[in-house]
Design a protein. Structure first.
Length: 217
């Protein structure tokens, strides 16, 4: 992947007015080129089309992550999803670096699925996720909490309970929201398990977590 060629192409389509709106939506934490998702994805189609049989290039991912423009981080994540099958347990340290850098919900809520797919194929990842679930960094904990989203019958409920319990009695919005999402998602597959969890731990759960968890019960 030619980072310079891609960036130069995207830069030609930048929209300063849209960029200001996008930055405001993200609380001015990041600069934007002003390329909304449908436009960005359409522009990237020719580049990504060639990637289906190519090898994963971590240098390209790092270049995207170092860019001051948020769209480049989105492209890095889309690129990683294309190469998901090439990712292994050995890539966890590199993914951890992405989680800890330029962290906000928009990148974290994609990285949790990427890490989750690795954990499903490489169970030794679970030990690391348990460690992340008690880390001082809230984004590592959020990834640990939500990495099993959409797993349905493949959900490791023992691991899920341990990670959730490690994060109860929190005041952090992004953690309490993540707990609720994890339970809400699994309630579509096993509502009784979620009801039992709530009955057991409700006294330790934040109102936000309970609200999200009970949505489909």
């Amino acid at each position: 992947m030619d980072f310079t060629a891609i960036f130069n192409m995207l830069e030609k389509h930048q929209n300063n007015d849209v960029a200001k709106q996008m930055s405001a939506y993200m609380l001015h934490k990041f600069a934007f080129l002003g390329l909304q998702s449908p436009i960005r994805k359409e522009l990237m189609k020719p580049f990504f089309k060639e990637q289906k049989k190519a090898m994963l290039d971590w240098d390209f991912v790092k270049q995207c992550w170092e860019s001051p423009y948020r769209e480049m981080q989105y492209i890095a994540l889309e690129y990683l999803k294309i190469h998901q099958k090439q990712l292994t347990f050995d890539d966890i340290p590199a993914l951890k670096n992405l989680i800890l850098s330029k962290s906000w919900w928009d990148t974290i809520d994609c990285l949790d699925r990427i890490v989750g797919a690795i954990a499903l194929d490489y169970p030794q990842t679970n030990k690391i996720l348990l460690q992340w679930s008690i880390d001082t960094n809230k984004w590592l904990r959020r990834v640990a909490i939500d990495h099993q989203l959409l797993r349905k019958e493949n959900t490791n409920t023992e691991l899920l309970e341990k990670i959730l319990v490690n994060n109860l009695e929190q005041t952090e919005f992004f953690i309490n929201k993540a707990i609720g999402w994890a339970l809400r998602d699994y309630s579509k597959t096993n509502p009784q398990w979620v009801r039992n969890f709530i009955e057991k731990y409700e006294h330790k759960m934040a109102k936000l977590s309970l609200k999200e968890a009970k949505k489909y019960l």
